[in-house]
Ligand binder design. Structure first.
Ligand SMILES: Cc1cc2nc3c(=O)[nH]c(=O)nc-3n(C[C@H](O)[C@H](O)[C@H](O)COP(=O)(O)OP(=O)(O)OC[C@H]3O[C@@H](n4cnc5c(N)ncnc54)[C@H](O)[C@@H]3O)c2cc1C
Length: 434
């Protein structure tokens, strides 16, 4: 049997390759790393996380928590590896990024039905079954080939930024304290408090700091969920204090009070030797990042092991091009998966790779597709991405707004969300998705 060609061994491509192989189909997984890296990838590993090490909430009252649980129940490779490399992060699923990506790579490389073909893909394969999962930073020749393949449509894009990483030993713990907000869960975050005077000085310098040049950024949007910290700061002096620097529920043990502002650091690896600055995605020039972020008292001597970067993030106008199985309407032998389809985020990209592969496997077996119902997060996301009535298509994180309402009243938002999740998991359990 001819192998299915999967282009890109990121989150979507690795998941898709694994699901196909698990169902007995040979796969050729084509990946250009390590010979050629995108501007945001740094390692040879598959399933590399380009920015945060958090896969966000792991609770069923949250839609991304539901999506994870659905993927777990259906045997997702990415979720299994993430669970195995979890680092403490309150109610979120955060991972040791290197341990996680290494384990994805080892699983893929040791599967007898997956052949890894290294090298940049520059054209869409002219025949056979293909899943394109080359991500938001698809290399230029392939991006051009995709453009040519869809002459009827524009590529859409926005900008995505990554946050810096610092070493734990360089954080001044005399000026910081471990805690979780409202003391919920274990005290996993390092909190760096600031007085009003310290915040004022920091905010002033942050607003005036020099940005790196990013071609085309001036006339394009940023994804609101991943806005550079300096762009958010310029919206107003208090904006950060209601956003990533929110002090609510974080009492400084030294003063017994909530500080004026708090920068939170989240553990980035299992050893706890590296931390990331939560919400500090940025595209300031690197020396400016060091100068301005070192004004945070606990980071005055911080050693930056990686600076924040910003990149154009490209995606298809999927509602006009793809069906609910992420297949190209005009040529269904080709599917797209991952962020390039307009799903936004690590877990969402994984989910689209999963669904595209399951559907392809069913087709190859001569079986009818599984129509994941809109009540499930996996199904709702695919239906959103392929919904022709959406005109101004924007990247979408999974959320309860794209899932049909319950149709009966449940008091309280958390209870209502928990009930939506219960309904979704019940629907999933009644479905033959194998
Ligand atoms: C700067 C930046 C920051 C981000 N921060 C976050 C974040 O904090 N949290 C979050 O959830 N999401 C974030 N994202 C979105 C993130 O990219 C996706 O969530 C996720 O990585 C997408 O998965 P994917 O499988 O679609 O693509 P990727 O994980 O990017 O995988 C694509 C793979 O395809 C390979 N490839 C590309 N072109 C070719 C080619 N021509 N031939 C062969 N191989 C190729 C790449 O090397 C890569 O391995 C960020 C994106 C960017 C650009």
């Amino acid at each position: 049997m001819e192998p299915v060609i999967v282009i890109g061994a990121g989150l979507a491509g690795s998941e898709a390759a694994w699901q196909l192989a698990w169902r007995g189909f040979p796969v050729e997984l084509r990946e250009m790393k390590p010979a050629q890296m995108t501007p945001a990838h740094h390692t040879p590993w598959f399933g590399e996380l380009v920015c945060s090490n958090s896969l966000r909430s792991d609770q069923l009252e949250n839609a991304v928590g539901l999506l994870k649980e659905e993927l777990r129940r259906m045997g997702s490779l990415i979720l299994a590896c993430a669970d195995a490399h979890r680092v403490e992060a309150g109610g979120a699923l955060a991972v040791d990024r290197h341990g996680f990506a290494r384990s994805v790579t080892e699983k893929i490389r040791s599967h007898p039905l997956i052949r890894v073909a290294q090298g940049e893909v520059t054209a869409l394969p002219p025949e056979g079954n293909v899943i394109v999962a080359s991500g938001p930073l698809t290399s230029d020749p392939l991006a051009q080939a995709i453009r040519d393949f869809f002459p009827e449509s524009h590529y859409l894009n926005f900008f995505d930024a990554a946050a810096p990483l610092v070493t734990f030993e360089s954080v001044d713990m005399d000026s910081a304290f471990f805690a979780s907000r409202y003391d919920r869960g274990t005290p996993d975050y390092i909190n760096c408090p600031m007085t009003e005077e310290e915040y004022d000085a920091f905010w002033t310098e942050l607003c005036a700091a020099r940005e790196a040049e990013v071609h085309g950024f001036e006339d394009s949007g940023v994804f609101e969920g991943c806005m550079p910290v300096e762009v958010m700061a310029r919206r107003g002096k208090q904006t950060l204090c209601y956003g990533p620097l929110k002090p609510r529920g974080l009492r400084d043990p030294k003063t017994g009070r909530e500080p004026f502002a708090v920068v939170q650091l989240r553990r980035d690896n299992a050893d706890g030797t590296i931390y990331n600055l939560v919400g500090f995605q940025t595209h300031l020039k690197w020396p400016e990042q060091k100068r301005v972020f070192s004004m945070i008292p606990a980071l005055r001597n911080a050693e930056f092991v990686r600076y924040g970067v910003m990149h154009r993030n490209t995606y298809l106008d999927s509602p006009r091009l793809l069906d609910r199985y992420y297949r190209v309407k005009k040529q269904p032998r080709i599917c797209f998966a991952g962020q390039i389809t307009g799903v936004e985020g690590y877990v969402e990209s994984t989910a689209s790779g999963f669904l595209a592969a399951v559907e392809l496997a069913r087709r190859l077996e001569g079986r009818p597709p599984v129509d994941f119902p809109p009540e499930t997060a996996v199904g709702a996301l695919a239906l959103y991405v392929s919904n022709e009535s959406v005109t101004d298509f924007q990247p979408m994180n999974v959320n309860f707004g794209i899932i049909p309402p319950l149709g009966y009243r449940v008091k309280g938002k958390r209870n209502k969300n928990a009930e939506l999740s219960r309904r979704a998991l019940e629907a999933l359990d009644g479905l033959d998705w194998r």
